[in-house]
Write a protein that binds this ligand. Structure first.
Ligand code: C2E
Ligand code: MG
Ligand code: MG
Ligand code: MG
Length: 277
């Protein structure tokens, strides 16, 4: 447009290729929704003091027929851009609730597992979100307090007025809300007062250095204390070694997840972990 009306834009080969890839990927994604090419992985969330599994985070994967397993960060942005995150996210929610309810039914003597589901800003923009959540609970039989909705800081900071109403509508169902990747956003602490948050997830970037960098340790302990003062649970993300675990547990971080305990597991592997082979 900037080049004047007599000129037309010529795609250079690299641009053309990436544009074509984008279109192809979009068509693939539409087909994936119709053909149910998505899968869930479940990563245990562990009580750091005891090692007991208190819940699971559901993480989506795309099993592409030619390209193999595609991780979420490689297709969620496109899914958000095209609105396809709405049907994908709804499937994730229903499937996560269904699976968690099934596992809880198999261990009636134990405290019920929670299941955490990541929500995109695009889903929160939709007026029917509380109904979608409520029907996923109803259909699965999962008690509302066992469902945790994970939101990112940026989503909360950039919120529209309806967002807050939708969050309250979900809270009214009994669902709990977590702030994901805490500490990486716009660092506005004010929203912790205004939003009905129950859980803070300490971003992996703090956890990475908690064992050997005083600043990371100080910030991590500060977040944990903030959580305690506000009566929120804290979950440390991305725990990979025993040093990080002891630093976090010693600092009274309640919960954690990470490769040190388990990677995100297939349904079958999670079943084995919970109930043995
Ligand atoms: P997240 O919600 O912060 O999830 C944690 C990510 O860290 C996951 O990556 C998990 O596999 C990875 N992780 C866990 N423990 C460790 C560890 O010890 N070391 C390392 N290096 N990584 C660890 P994943 O599954 O690739 O997901 C990436 C992001 O994609 C998620 O970050 C979340 O923001 C998004 N995502 C995943 N599933 C969904 C979904 O169903 N809907 C939406 N909207 N977003 C999703
Ligand atoms: Mg998450
Ligand atoms: Mg996270
Ligand atoms: Mg993340």
């Amino acid at each position: 447009k900037k080049q004047g009306k007599d000129q037309f834009t010529v795609f250079d080969p690299v641009m053309r290729e990436s544009f074509q890839k984008h279109l192809e990927m979009e068509a693939d994604l539409r087909r994936a929704v119709l053909r149910h090419e998505f899968q869930l992985r479940f990563q245990p969330i562990v009580r750091l003091r005891t090692g007991e599994i208190s819940g699971l985070e559901a993480l989506v994967r795309w099993q592409h027929p030619e390209r193999g397993m595609i991780p979420p960060l490689d297709f969620i942005p496109l899914a958000e851009e095209t609105g396809m995150i709405v049907p994908i996210g709804e499937w994730v929610l229903r499937e996560a609730c269904r699976q968690a309810a099934g596992w809880n039914a198999q261990r009636p003597a134990d405290a019920p597992l929670t299941v955490s589901v990541n929500l995109s800003a695009v889903q929160l923009d939709r007026a029917d979100l509380p109904d979608v959540v409520s029907s996923a609970l109803e259909e699965s039989g999962l008690p509302a307090h066992c469902l945790v909705i994970e939101l990112t800081e940026s989503l909360i900071v950039d919120h529209r007025p309806e967002t807050l109403r939708r969050l309250h509508a979900m809270k009214a169902l009994g669902v709990r809300l977590a702030i994901d990747d805490f500490g990486t956003g716009y660092s506005s602490l004010a929203y912790l007062r205004r939003f009905p948050v129950d859980i803070i997830k300490i971003d992996k970037s703090f956890v990475d250095d908690v064992g050997d960098e005083p600043a990371a340790a100080a910030l991590t302990h500060g977040i944990i204390q903030l959580g305690q003062a506000l009566q929120l649970s804290t979950i440390a993300e991305g725990i990979e070694d025993a040093g990080q675990l002891s630093e976090l547990a010693g600092g009274n971080c309640e919960l954690g997840q990470g490769y040190y305990f388990a990677e995100p597991l297939t349904t079958e592997a999670m079943q084995d972990l919970l109930f043995g082979k």
